[in-house]
Design a protein around this ligand. Sequence first.
Ligand code: SF4
Length: 284
Amino acid sequence: MSDSTESRKSTRFNKLQKKLRREAGRAIADFNMISEGDKIMVCLSGGKDSYTMLEILRNLQHSAPVNFELVAVNLDQKQPGFPEHVLPEYLEREGVAYHILEKDTYSIVKEKVPEGKTTCGLCSRLRRGSLYGFAEEIGATKIALGHHRDDIVETLFLNMFYGGKMKAMPPKLRSDDNRNIVIRPLAYCREKDIIEFSGYKDFPIIPCNLCGSQENLQRQVIKEMLQKWDREQPGRIENIFAAVQNIAPSQLADTRLFDFENLEQGQQRGGEQAHRLDVVNLFG
Ligand code: SF4
């Protein structure tokens, strides 16, 4: 490779790395994801997203205004052909503290899900359960997952199209069992950037379909729809994500979020401010 190609590659890589760091840093600050003394369990599946998250968090560790600890955790779900050596070798080479947790969720999924049905739902639930329990065991104060902006937008459409709910995937949440705080530091990062970054870093990717399952079909349909929009209408995904952060309950129809019933009395409970802002936007 010529010197100029090398230098173009390295400039592009530095730009990309800075962008991902900046976006992750902004998400961490906006949602108060990390505090002084946190021990963060970084869930590492071996896919591009989790490798990128670990790399960016390690990067931020040097410049962050607070001290925090990172521990990578991989759940070996005992899928046939899972290359057990890949993650330990990578993490040792990088000098990252880690645990490999072994749980045969593969057999449970095979036993419970009828042949031909999608297995990802149950598989991820079991994975979450094992990881959340383990976080408590190792005294982790936060659990970091590698979902990015496009996962959040996809989930929004999945819930709207197939679940009749306007609901996405929050950058920070308390787990259902109330035991853990889960954070998604890549919430503002584009999948395209993560793919490119992970290509530059040449992470030893482990595919997530060793179990033989096809990726969830509904999610695939949404993914293709969004990719088409992104090609034909650049900026649309950014706008959708901005919309997720800019809700106006008074302009929707959920009576639990806005007190339509008592509008006449001028006693607006939730959403009052949003309502006023909308009026300003429309007429201002
Ligand atoms: S592809 Fe297989 S391993 Fe990955 S989430 Fe789906 S069921 Fe689990």
